[in-house]
Design a protein around this ligand. Structure first.
Ligand SMILES: [Zn+2]
Length: 462
């Protein structure tokens, strides 16, 4: 009995070994795929590092996908420069990680990621030149149907901003126009169209200005807050182009005269001569010397009315250009020089004061009247018209007023500036203007120069 146990145990071992051999051989044969078609049973994946499991050498796009993920994490952490560095390295920087044979689609995806990071950085860039450079690079990276139009529009906007950063000087006009033309070629935006219209108008290219304004009107949606302003610009340019489209030009040192034809040429030279004198005399009084040439448009017949749509009482206007009527000049009332000096004061303030719109109409109109060569005594006129309310004098102009209100407004404005001159002479006014030139808000500049508020000046009037 005792001998049968080891024999039985040996039998079990033999059976076990046999089964194991059969199973191993079976697995081996099955694994070769030569004799069996059934798939292998799935094995539990080993618990190891994710990176090892992906076996980079088997997936050519693996490193690029890793880079995209890492870049995404950097973007999420707010480090755009780090994200760019990761993508740059992966896509072909100094030591490219991308190997030959990476699917083109994977590269395209990574490049669009790079474009997205660039446009994100551009959106926060303070420097418009940096913004423009990033967006140009982004478009090179990813100009597909989905991202291309958005990137082009962003670049178009960046070009508008760079054009604005060039300022309003005559010598940057050509550069601004080129930037705005390129902006519109990338994407049609209302901002670029409006700015182009303004630049063209300043260059006396009225046809170019009108077509840009027409485009702007189509681009601003109906009901948008800007719509009325853009329509007004278009209508104004249409009036000007219709009346002045074929006008001739003559230039002096600081002014360009535009007039209809040979019949007005002598008058044009007379106007230029008088404006040159005003440039020096007003400059001496206020220390204002505009460098850019100022355009003066001379109208005949009822052209002035057609072109400017100003109220009947207006004899001259300034809207970036000085506009005057020939009829007024032909009249032997000696008012030509007064009108030219008056409008030139507006032009000089507009050219030299950073935000000229913040100058209240009472100061702008009062000063213009004060400097007219045959200026009448300010208070005498005021006694006839009566004082206008100060609230009506603080806006940018009196052009929306009826004749009667306008008379009182001009008289009150003149008397207020006369009050300032009575206190401290033209030197006080010059100091106030110097403050405006430095960008000081009007009320502060008035306080510094005269220790008065507009209300106090108004209250001082008889
Ligand atoms: Zn005026």
């Amino acid at each position: 009995v005792t001998h049968t146990r080891p024999a039985a145990a040996r039998g079990v071992v033999v059976v076990v070994v046999f089964v194991v051999v059969v199973v191993v051989v079976g697995l081996f044969v099955g694994g070769s795929g030569c004799t069996r078609e059934e798939p292998l049973p799935e094995k539990t994946p080993p618990v190891v590092d994710d990176v090892v499991v992906r076996a980079p050498l088997l997936d050519p796009a693996g490193p690029l996908e890793d880079a995209r993920r890492a870049a995404g994490a950097a973007v999420a952490a707010g480090d755009l420069d780090a994200a760019l560095k990761i993508l740059d390295t992966a896509l072909g920087g100094v030591t490219p990680v991308v190997q030959a044979g990476v699917p083109a689609q994977a590269v395209a995806r990574a490049r669009c990621d790079r474009a997205a990071v660039l446009s994100r950085r551009a959106a926060t860039a303070v420097d418009v030149a940096v913004r423009e450079r990033d967006l140009r690079a982004a478009i090179v990276d990813c100009d597909d149907g989905e991202h291309g139009p958005l990137l082009r529009e962003a670049l178009a906007n960046a070009l508008v901003l760079r054009a604005r950063a060039l300022g309003n000087d005559a010598d940057t006009r050509r550069a601004r126009r080129a930037l705005l033309d390129e902006s519109l070629s990338l994407a049609k935006t209302a901002a670029a169209a409006v700015d182009l219209a303004v630049v063209c108008e300043a260059s006396d290219d009225l046809d170019g200005a009108l077509s840009a304004a027409e485009l702007a009107v189509t681009l601003v949606p109906d009901g948008a807050p800007d719509k009325p302003r853009v329509i007004a610009l278009r209508d104004r340019l249409k009036r000007h182009a219709g009346v002045e489209g074929g006008f001739k030009s003559a230039s002096e040192r600081h002014f360009v005269a535009r007039f209809e034809g040979p019949g007005e040429e002598r008058l044009a030279w007379n106007v230029l001569d008088q404006l040159e004198k005003a440039w020096f005399s007003v400059g001496q009084k206020l220390d204002l010397y505009p460098e850019d040439a100022i355009t003066v448009v001379i109208y005949t017949g009822d052209q002035y009315r057609q072109a400017t749509a100003t109220p009947d009482w207006s004899t001259g206007a300034f809207d970036g250009k000085i506009r005057v009527r020939e009829g007024l000049m032909a009249a032997e009332r000696g008012t030509l020089q007064d009108t030219l000096v008056h409008e030139y004061v507006h032009a000089a303030l507009h050219a030299c004061v950073r935000s000229s719109t913040s100058i209240p109409a009472w100061f702008n109109e009062g000063l213009a009247q004060q400097l007219e060569p045959s200026s009448r005594p300010a208070y005498a006129l005021l006694s006839r018209t009566g004082k206008a309310d100060l609230s009506r004098l603080q806006g940018p102009s009196f052009l929306s007023m009826q004749q009667h209100d306008a008379d009182a407004a001009y008289a009150t404005a003149h008397a207020m500036v006369q009050t300032l001159v009575d206190r401290r002479g033209i030197y006080g006014v010059r100091q106030l203007v110097a403050g405006l030139k430095d960008g000081t808000p009007f009320a502060d500049a008035l306080q510094t120069s005269f220790a008065l508020t507009p209300e106090q000046v108004w209250a001082l009037l008889p």
